[in-house]
Design a protein around this ligand. Structure first.
Ligand code: ADP
Ligand code: ZN
Ligand code: ZN
Length: 768
C-alpha cells in the first residue's frame, strides 16, 4: 500500500467506526504491588512504532505513572468506558532488552510478584524514571576550520581561548575532553570556542569489544592439573548449548582457576561471561585475581553501587563494552549482548536468596537465563546445597569433581573435641587453649570461629533470672562493650547497659555466653603480646577497615583471628594452621530443617581455611556431642557422604528437595488479625483443593497458621501458612488461587488483607 493512501484509509476507518471498539490494547506493567498488568488504549498516534520494552506514561487514578509496555493485544476484560489512553510514549527503542523482559515475566510469574515491581528490582532506577537513555559517549573537540591560519573570532586578550585554539591546531584529528582537561583547558574555554564557531564537539561512541585490540589475557594461565583439565574439557565440550554443571571441589582445589580458564575460552569465542559471587565473597582480593588475569574490561555490580553506577554497568554489558560481568545477587539481571557462560561461585550461599520484597533465588534465575540463552552454567561449591546434589544425582545436572588441593596444600585433619563437663573460658576449653599455644609457638596463625558478634548474647539477673529483652522483638539483647550498650540484632534497637535488674532491682546482672568481643578480651589477657585480630560486622565498619585487617593477617606473623561468617568464605590465609569452631552444637539442634545442612557447610568451609599454604592444617570442633552420627559422618567421610545421608532423611520426611514449598507470611500490629486472615485463607484453599481433587498426600498439604519462629519482630506480630507439594504445578495453582482471594476475593477478605502486611515466599530458605 502506498504511503500516501495509508493515512487516508486510516482516517476513513476512524471516521466510520469512531464509536466502535478499538482493535488494539496495550498491556502495561506499572510500579504497584498488584500482581497484574494494566490495559490501556494506544496513543492517538497508533501502535505502529510501539515495541514491548518501551516506557509509557499513563494515568493511574489521580497520578501519572511510568510503566513498561509488555504486549499489544486484541482483547481486554476491562469495559471500554473504564479504559484510559496512554499519555506519552517515552522511547522509540525498547529500553529493556527482549530477553530480560521475558525473564522478568517469568520471575514475576514464578515468585507470584508484581511484574512492575519485578522490573523495578531487575533494572536500574535511572532507566525507568523517564530519564533519557545515556549514551556511552565521549566528547572529541576539534577545530571547525582546520585550514584557517588563525582564529577569526577570538579577541587578542582572550589568552586561554587562543591557547586552546593553538592546541587544537596541533591536533587536527581532535582531542578528547579528559585529555584537554589534563592539558589545562577548561570546559568554559571550550564552550566559548564553540559559541564563537571556532571549535566543535563530536560525541564519539566508546569502543566496543569488536573494535578492541585482541589481547584477552594480562598474564598466562596456570598449567591445570589433570583433574582441572578434565573438568574444563567436559564443560567446553558443551560450550554452545544449555547444560548445568555442578562443580564440587574442596576448598583450595582450584575451582577459581577453572572459572578463569573457562572465561578465557568464552572471551576468545567473542562472548561474555556473567559471574555471580556471594555477598561476602566479592572482595578486592577476588576482583584483583580477575583483573590480573584479563586484559578485557570487567563490569562489577554489587549492592554498594549507586543507581547511576549500576546503570552504567548495565549499559556496558548491553553494548558489549565489557567481556566479564562479576557481581552479587542482583547482577543476575544484567543483560548481555553476547551471552556465553554463567558461573555461580559458592552456589549454596544464602546470600543468593533475597529475603524481602521480591524473594528470588539468583542461582535459580541464573539457570533460567542459561536455558534461555542456550549456554552452559557452572555451579561451583565445596559444599553444594542439597537441592543441587539431588539434581546431580537425578542427572539433571552434570556432576564434576575436584578432589585434591591444587598446588602443594594438603587437606587438614579434623577432630571432634568433647567439651562435656569441661570448664570453658570465654567458650574455649583447656585442651583448645593448649593447641593454640602449640601453633603460635611454631610461628603460625590460629583462626577461631564463632557465629556471634558482640560481647555476650544475654544479660541475666543472678537473683531472679530476669533477662534483658528487646521491647520490640522476641529476642534477647546482645551485650556490646565497644562501645558499651545493649543491641537487638534483629531490629537495631539500642540502649545503655542497666546496672540494676529490670525486675528485682538488685545489682546482680551477669553476661552469659560469649561473642567475638569477649573472646577477643580473653585471648588478649591470655596470649599477650600476640596480636588478636577480630573480624566481624562491628570491627570492619568503614570502607578500608577489612582490607587493613586482612593485610595485618597477610604479614604472616603469629596472630589469632577471631571472627564470624566473614572469615568463613573465600579468603586465603596461608599461615593459618589451626582452625577452631567453638559452637557447633547450636546447628545440631536448629528448629529449621536446613539447620544440619548449614552446619555441615559451615564446618567444611571454615575448615577449608586451614593449611591453605605449604603447612599442614588442623581443625578442632568443640562439641558436647562427639558421638553424634551426623557430625562423625561429616568429619570422617566428608561433605558428600554427609549430604547423601541428609538427603535420605529428607526423602523420608518429604522435605525439599523431595517436595516444594511456598510460605505465606503475615505481619500485623494486632496479633489476632494475622491468625484470623490465615485461618480464613486456609479454609478457602482447602475447599479449592478439595473441589479440584488436589488434596491428599500427592497433592497439596497445608501447615498452619503458626506463629513464626520469631513471633514478634520490630513490634510486628508474625504468622505463617506453609504450603507444600511433591510437584510444583499444584503448589503454584493453590498459591495463585490464594493470592486472588487476598487481592480480589470477598470484601471482608480484601479488607482484612489490607490491614496487615502479607507476602509469599516461593522456595523459602529461611523460616524465621
Ligand atoms: P578454590 O577456588 O577451589 O578455593 P583456587 O582456584 O583459589 O581454589 O586455588 C587455590 C590455590 O591453588 C590458589 O592459590 C591457586 O593459585 C592455586 N592453584 C589453582 N590451580 C592451580 C594449578 N593448576 N597449579 C598451581 N596452582 C594452582
Ligand atoms: Zn528488636
Ligand atoms: Zn532480678
Amino acid at each position: 500500500m502506498s504511503s500516501l493512501i495509508k493515512p487516508l484509509l486510516n482516517r476513513i476507518t476512524m471516521g466510520n467506526y469512531a464509536k466502535s471498539e478499538p482493535t488494539h490494547y496495550l498491556q502495561v506493567a506499572l510500579p504497584t504491588p498488584l500482581r497484574r498488568v494494566f490495559d490501556y488504549l494506544p496513543p492517538k498516534s497508533g501502535i505502529d512504532f510501539l515495541r514491548p520494552g518501551i516506557r509509557l506514561k499513563v494515568p493511574f487514578g489521580p497520578r501519572k505513572l511510568i510503566g513498561i509496555l509488555i504486549a499489544i493485544t486484541a482483547k481486554t476484560d476491562i469495559p471500554l468506558a473504564n479504559l484510559k489512553r496512554v499519555e506519552q510514549v517515552l522511547d522509540e527503542q525498547p529500553i529493556i532488552p527482549k530477553d530480560i523482559l521475558e525473564l522478568c515475566r517469568w520471575v514475576a510469574h514464578y515468585y507470584h510478584y508484581s511484574l512492575g515491581e519485578t522490573l523495578g528490582t531487575a533494572t536500574p532506577t535511572a532507566l525507568r524514571q523517564g530519564r533519557p537513555v545515556a549514551q556511552q559517549t565521549r566528547k572529541l573537540w576539534r577545530l571547525t576550520y582546520p585550514n584557517a591560519e588563525a582564529p577569526s573570532h577570538i579577541a587578542r586578550n582572550a589568552k586561554l581561548q587562543l591557547a586552546a585554539w593553538q592546541l587544537l591546531k596541533q591536533h587536527l584529528k581532535g582531542l578528547h575532553e579528559p585529555m584537554l582537561k589534563s592539558l589545562g583547558v577548561s570546559n568554559q574555554t571550550l564552550s566559548a570556542l564553540e559559541k564563537k564557531g571556532e571549535a566543535e564537539c563530536i560525541y564519539e561512541n566508546l569502543p566496543t569489544l569488536h573494535t578492541m585490540p585482541q589481547s584477552i589475557l594480562h598474564e598466562a594461565p596456570l598449567t591445570l592439573n589433570p583433574e582441572q583439565a578434565h573438568v574444563v574439557q567436559q564443560i567446553l565440550q558443551t560450550a554452545q548449548q544449555f547444560q548445568v554443571f555442578l562443580l564440587q571441589g574442596i576448598t583450595g582445589s582450584g575451582k577459581t582457576e577453572v572459572y578463569l580458564q573457562l572465561i578465557e575460552q568464552t572471551l576468545k569465542a567473542g562472548r561474555q561471561a556473567l559471574v555471580l559471587i556471594p555477598e561476602i565473597g566479592l572482595t578486592p582480593q577476588t576482583l584483583h585475581r580477575f583483573e590480573q588475569r584479563f586484559a578485557v574490561p570487567i563490569a562489577v555490580i554489587h549492592s554498594g553501587l549507586n543507581d547511576n553506577e549500576r546503570y552504567l554497568a548495565w549499559q556496558k554489558a548491553v553494548d558489549y563494552r565489557v567481556g566479564i560481568i562479576i557481581g552479587t545477587r542482583s547482577a543476575v539481571f544484567t543483560p548481555l549482548a553476547k551471552p556465553g557462560l554463567i558461573i555461580i561461585d559458592e552456589e549454596h550461599d544464602a546470600s543468593y536468596k533475597q529475603q524481602d520484597s521480591l524473594r528470588y533465588s539468583a542461582r535459580d534465575i541464573a539457570i533460567y537465563r542459561a536455558r534461555q540463552a542456550n549456554i552452559p552454567i557452572v555451579l561451583g561449591s565445596a559444599t553444594p546445597s542439597l537441592e543441587s546434589v539431588h539434581n546431580a544425582q537425578t542427572h539433571r545436572y552434570r556432576h564434576l569433581h575436584l578432589s585434591q588441593r591444587a598446588g602443594q596444600a594438603k587437606p587438614p585433619s579434623i577432630e571432634l573435641l568433647n567439651i562435656r563437663g569441661e570448664t570453658l573460658q570465654a567458650g574455649l576449653s583447656p585442651a583448645l587453649q593448649q593447641k593454640i599455644t602449640q601453633h603460635l609457638e611454631k610461628g603460625q596463625q590460629v583462626l577461631i570461629f564463632i557465629n556471634r558478634r558482640g560481647y555476650a548474647p544475654t544479660l541475666l539477673c543472678h537473683e531472679c533470672g530476669w533477662v534483658a529483652d528487646c521491647p520490640d522483638c522476641d529476642a534477647h539483647l546482645t551485650i556490646h562493650r565497644q562501645p558499651p550498650h545493649l543491641h537487638c540484632h534483629h531490629c537495631d534497637y539500642q540502649q545503655s547497659i542497666p546496672v540494676r535488674c529490670g525486675h528485682c532491682n538488685t545489682a546482680s546482672l551477669f553476661p552469659v555466653g560469649a561473642g567475638t568481643e569477649r573472646i577477643e578480651d580473653f585471648l588478649l589477657s591470655q596470649f599477650d603480646p600476640i596480636p588478636i585480630i577480630r573480624i566481624d560486622r562491628d570491627s570492619t565498619r568503614g570502607k578500608t577497615r577489612l582490607q587493613e585487617l586482612f593485610s595485618d593477617i597477610h604479614q604472616g606473623k603469629p596472630a589469632i583471628l577471631v571472627g564470624t561468617q566473614m572469615l568463613a568464605k573465600g579468603h586465603h590465609f596461608p599461615k593459618v594452621t589451626l582452625v577452631a569452631i567453638l559452637d557447633a552444637d547450636s546447628g545440631l539442634f536448629s528448629t529449621d530443617f536446613r539447620g544440619l545442612e548449614r552446619l555441615g557447610q559451615l564446618v567444611t568451609q571454615v575448615a577449608g581455611r586451614a593449611g591453605r599454604g605449604k603447612l599442614a592444617g588442623e581443625v578442632i570442633i568443640q562439641t558436647h556431642h562427639p558421638e553424634s552420627p551426623v557430625l562423625n559422618r561429616l568429619v570422617t567421610e566428608g561433605y558428600e557422604v554427609f549430604a547423601k545421608t541428609l538427603l535420605a532423611e529428607r526423602e523420608k520426611l518429604s522435605l525439599p528437595p523431595y517436595s516444594y514449598l511456598g510460605l505465606f507470611r503475615v505481619e500485623c500490629k494486632n496479633q489476632e488479625e494475622g491468625e484470623r486472615l490465615l485461618l480464613q485463607l486456609r479454609e478457602l484453599i482447602s475447599q479449592f483443593l478439595q473441589y479440584n481433587n488436589l488434596n491428599g498426600p500427592l497433592g497439596v498439604t497445608l501447615l498452619g497458621p503458626l506463629p513464626a519462629p520469631m513471633e514478634k519482630r520490630q513490634s510486628w506480630y508474625r504468622w505463617q501458612l506453609l504450603i507444600s507439594s511433591p510437584s510444583r504445578q499444584p503448589l503454584h495453582t493453590a498459591i495463585t488461587f490464594a493470592i486472588h482471594q487476598l487481592e480480589g476475593g470477598t470484601q471482608a477478605m480484601i479488607k482484612l488483607a489490607r490491614k496487615v502486611r502479607w507476602s509469599v515466599d516461593i522456595d523459602p530458605q529461611d523460616m524465621m
